[in-house]
Design a protein around this ligand. Structure first.
Ligand SMILES: Nc1ncnc2c1ncn2[C@@H]1O[C@H](COP(=O)(O)OP(=O)(O)OP(=O)(O)O)[C@@H](O)[C@H]1O
Ligand SMILES: [Mg+2]
Ligand SMILES: [Zn+2]
Length: 530
């Protein structure tokens, strides 16, 4: 029985055409090889597992192959086979990570005085070349300045900025890109087919996204997955990649959203008891809120996120519960907490403090938080909400605790007049309509020529009969409320705009503003929700 060979070794590309996603390298090299004009020094740079070493090996064969085909090595002649099994000593691979001294480079220069034994070129592949010492670089530079005609150097590194400029300028440089998830996905499906592995399209795409541009990482992850099951689904990938069981991230975000500090502290406590590292948790939360932010701002978010479809759906739902500002703020606050932990703060305390502040914005007395709250108020004023002194007080103390903010303001003598009569036109109504345009065309068309009026936490819509009929459906009202929430930043009740009904409305003195509003609304065709 032959020994199991890991997939990424087994599936190392053998010709340039097998190298995925690097045409800027492979097409150029093939053209040079076809024309017979070969540089003496190449520099391959780029992130891990993107094909540098693979291309160096192909190039070493291609320059020496006895029967090259269209710039590619044949992989069949004695030279190609000899290079593969390392019996052709004219091709030397050196790992600069372990041979980084000046003596190693001097040995290499001494060797270079001999002409090739069997091949056309002596090829030196120096991997991880950034690890060379300063003296070794100087020795290498001398060699690169006057190479014998039969010498070819291929330097490979992930850290090109660690190389002296003098070395870089002597080489023909090729930059290897991170490989696009679609390319990785295609290759994974190909390898799976060859290996008789059942691999779902979605699972392949998830692996590709997790691998973040590295083909080696993608193939390793596939290898780990088939260790679990020869039928690889999204779920298998999620489990192997350690993405499962991250419900606590959703729980914490949920607690932040609903202002539930006790649920929050209990969750953190439970995680701490189960030895979860608090700075790791903080980093995961940053990632979670980033995912929510992407969900909030990008249409087809799953393309950008390394998550399963089920998780994508959960993220999508949770993202609706936050405003853009809240998400941005959460990310920056958590990042700040990470910094404080790194500077030696108590990890658990820093995390808890940060989360509680996110939960209860009124406890956050930083200038930024105050500015945020002032700008909330400014928005409300700008949008026509007239704030009585009492309202202003309640806004300042309850900013963002939406349950309380959505209670009707206590009716003083002035506000016993019709809420609708005193309502002000909303400046940003057009913005609200634009949002509707994106989300619900029928509702948008019905409200196209409408105008919204605001008073306290009630929004009154002056619209056509069609518009009023649309607004009887609760889904339409949810669309409108969400749009209002995003543009004006609050939770509003909806009603029809019917000024001047006050006089006809009879005994308002005993009636609460909300009851009266409900009555007015009912008579105008749609109901005010509670
Ligand atoms: N562009 C690619 N196309 C197809 N397979 C690739 C590609 N890049 C990497 N691989 C796979 O990953 C393995 C490792 O690739 P390689 O050694 O060429 O990467 P590298 O860029 O040299 O990485 P490192 O920077 O870690 O040395 C290959 O054996 C192959 O299976
Ligand atoms: Mg390499
Ligand atoms: Zn050959």
């Amino acid at each position: 029985m032959s020994e199991y060979q890991v997939l990424y070794r087994k599936w190392r590309p053998k010709i340039f055409d097998d190298v995925c996603g690097q045409p800027q390298v492979t097409v150029t090299l093939k053209n040079e090889l076809k024309s017979g004009r070969i540089a003496h020094a190449f520099l391959f740079t780029g992130s891990r597992g993107t094909g540098k070493t693979s291309c160096a090996k192909i190039l070493a064969k291609a320059v020496n192959c006895l029967h090259p085909i269209d710039g590619e090595p044949c992989n069949k002649c004695e030279i190609c086979l000899g290079i593969d099994n390392e019996s052709v000593l004219d091709v030397v691979e050196m790992d600069a990570a372990s041979n980084n001294g000046v003596d190693d480079i001097r040995d290499l220069r001494d060797e270079l005085t001999y002409t090739p034994a069997v091949a056309k070129y002596r090829v030196f592949i120096i991997d991880e070349v950034h690890m060379l010492s300063v003296n070794a670089f100087n020795a290498l530079l001398k060699t690169l300045e006057e190479p014998p005609p039969y010498a070819v150097f291929i330097l490979a590194t992930t850290d090109v900025h660690k190389l002296p400029q003098t070395i870089i300028s002597r080489c023909q440089r090729f930059d290897f890109n991170r490989i696009a998830p679609e390319e990785i996905c295609k290759r994974l499906l190909f390898v799976a087919q060859q290996e008789d592995i059942t691999l779902d399209g979605e699972a392949a795409m998830l692996i590709a996204r997790i691998a973040d541009g590295g083909m080696r990482d993608a193939l390793s992850l596939l290898d780990q997955c088939i260790g679990v099951s020869r039928t690889v689904t999204e779920e298998v990938v999620g489990t192997v990649a350690g993405m499962a069981g991250k419900n606590y991230l959703f729980d914490i975000a949920e607690a932040v959203c609903s202002g539930d500090t006790s649920a929050l502290l209990e969750t953190v406590d439970a995680l701490n008891t189960s030895s979860k590292d608090m700075s790791r948790l903080c980093a995961e939360l940053v990632g979670h809120f980033r995912n929510l932010l992407v969900q909030k701002t990008v249409q087809k978010a799953q393309k950008l996120l390394a998550v399963t479809s089920a998780e994508n759906q959960k993220l999508h739902e949770q993202a609706q519960r936050f405003t853009l500002q809240q998400l941005l703020h959460a990310i920056s606050a958590l990042t700040e907490a990470q910094d404080k932990m790194a500077r030696g703060g108590n990890r658990r305390t820093e995390l808890e403090l940060c989360l509680i502040k996110l939960c209860k914005p009124e406890l956050d007395t930083s200038p930024e938080a105050l500015l945020r709250r002032i700008s909330d108020i400014e928005n409300k004023i700008k949008n026509g909400g007239i704030l009585a002194a009492g309202d202003m007080r309640s806004l300042l103390t309850n900013a963002n605790t939406s349950q309380e903010a959505s209670q009707p303001a206590p009716a003083d003598d002035a506000s016993a007049t019709s809420l609708c009569d005193d309502a002000m036109p909303i400046d940003r109504w057009q913005d609200v309509l634009s949002l509707l345009h994106e989300r619900s065309l029928p509702l948008y068309s019905a409200l196209r020529s409408s105008q919204g009026y605001i008073n306290e936490n009630c929004v009154f819509v002056d619209c056509t009969k069609t518009g009023r009929e649309r607004l009887r459906s609760s889904s339409s009202r949810v669309f409108l409320k969400n749009a209002l929430h995003e543009i004006l930043g609050g939770d509003y009740r909806l009603g029809p705009y019917t000024p001047g009904k006050k006089a006809a409305a009879g005994s308002q003195d005993e009636e609460s503003p909300i009851d009266r509003l409900a009555r007015l609304a009912g008579s105008a065709g749609f109901t005010v929700d509670e």
